[in-house]
Ligand binder design. Sequence first.
Ligand code: 5GP
Ligand code: MN
Length: 337
Amino acid sequence: MQNLPAFKEFMNQPRKVVIVTHVKPDADALGSSLGLAGYLKKKGHTVKVITPSDYPDFLTWMPGNSEVLIFQKDKPKAAEAFISQSDIVFCLDFSSLQRINELGKMVEKATAKKVLIDHHLEPEKFAEFEQWDDTAASTAELVYKLIRDIGDEDLVDQNIANCLYAGIMTDTGGFRHPNTTYEVFQIASALVAHGADPSGVSKLIYDTNTLERLRLMGFVLSEKLNVLPEYRTAFITLSAEELKKFGSQTGDTEGLVNYGLSIKGIRLSALISDRKENIKLSFRSLGSFSVNELARKHFEGGGHRNAAGGQTNLTLDETVKKFLDLLPQYKDQLLAD
Ligand code: 5GP
Ligand code: MN
């Protein structure tokens, strides 16, 4: 963090803290938020974590989960009160206030100081303090570095360590993506030294399925995975009816988009699903092809070069058509290297 001394000075007395993270939080969003919350509580601050929406069941084991205020489900008025009365709002794992839906306006309006801790591309300028690094694999590791740079590494206990470890593990795809650097292993290793349980966390996140989720996965792989070799592209579509048929819960489609990318020769994979409130797109790519650009330019989204997402207010069929119609203009890039 650039102005760390000023940040430390501000946090030198007990503060009313709000931590917000992006809609449909994943393990990095929730883990970095709850890890930071655990640390700030130990420092004597009052902390409220607020998420715009619910999140998958396989994340509810995280220490501090029961105190999370879910804006969509719990009392919106309470969220507004927490934000407007706070001294400082931490914005974790997102770089544009749009990513927290209605909470964005509240945060923008709040007189509180704002802190951005994030690793997404092209962040908006709305925070007084920034721990931003688009080369970081996860927000969780940025939280860890902040705690370390403040000199409070000793306060990282097993609960905090497990939350942060979960974020690093998932945002590196289980230490498999190209963002898995020496430093990632160093921080993960430090977290294990502080009590994180790699096998336990991995079991809770990756190996905790419902039968319905496995059946959905089977259905998708056998019936719904389309491959366009001429564009080195794979895509999956899921209608609201299909999601309903498999009793799909939040998080059930997580990871599906990666299967397309695992096919030999494929460089771009998309999952296009009808979430009723909108159509959600999830993109993954290999190498230099930027799905951040694709999502940002055409689908009101963004993310990272090789993992990004977006949405439309079109129908599912219209969205699929829009996606397919874009492919010719990206053909050269898709076929390069
Ligand atoms: P996923 O496909 O797993 O939902 O998201 C992949 C990456 O893209 C994550 O880093 C996520 O934060 C980001 N992302 C997903 N959806 C959106 C979106 O609608 N807008 C923006 N700006 N980023 C997104
Ligand atoms: Mn992240």
